[in-house]
Design a protein around this ligand. Sequence first.
Ligand code: BTN
Length: 244
Amino acid sequence: MSFTFPYICLETVDSTNTYLKNHPETWTVPYYTVRAKEQTSGRGRYGRSWISGRDNLAFSFTFRPPSTSRLSAVTIYAGLALRSILHKICGQKLLIKWPNDIIFEGKKLAGILTEMVENGNANIIIGIGLNLHDNMIPREWANTVTSLKQISNKDYEATELLNQIMNEMREYLSGFTVPLPEKIIIEFTTYMDRAANLVSIMENGKIIKKKYPLSGINQYGQLVTEDPSGSPKIIDVYEVGYPE
Ligand code: BTN
């Protein structure tokens, strides 16, 4: 299969995000994409590990916003693009747990790890992990994790899927601007998983889980919640996690 973006596929690597971080020559190549059939140290948000077996899809690509940007805004675009294409592919109702987990009926289908690399803060790496099959999902996660196969009873070809996802990513990210346009904020709040209101916040170096009513996102892609007194509380990507 041929791609309209630079693409390599590795048999095994520690993490595709780490691979791009370690190859600065890729940072300035738009949408340089690296897939690994197997990751030995896949990384998730908040320092968690991401386990994906050989049958699943794990890849990362470079994104260079037109100007120095906010990570929170990039994560919103990436989440919307992924939700949109997966919905078109499987036809199911998919939601986004802020900032960009893709959720089907309360279970996680895909996750995105967005990281800035140290080069004037203008280069970004976006890593996507998508569960295609159930075979690598540990039994104890059965209530919290799902796969494309489980929700649509179909098998998907990983390379073809990657190509479709990248085309949608490029479509969305080609319109990337901060502050976020109103239509992006509306699209996000339309598909936001409001049941996922248990927000973990970093306080004094510790992660504390608190329930907040979720209001939506602001024009920087930050989460807008309410504190117990009813005042708005803004949460940014780097200070939030979700319950295991
Ligand atoms: C999360 O939900 O916490 C984010 C998971 C992101 C996993 C992907 S798999 C490809 C890329 N390489 C990594 O090490 N992580 C991301």
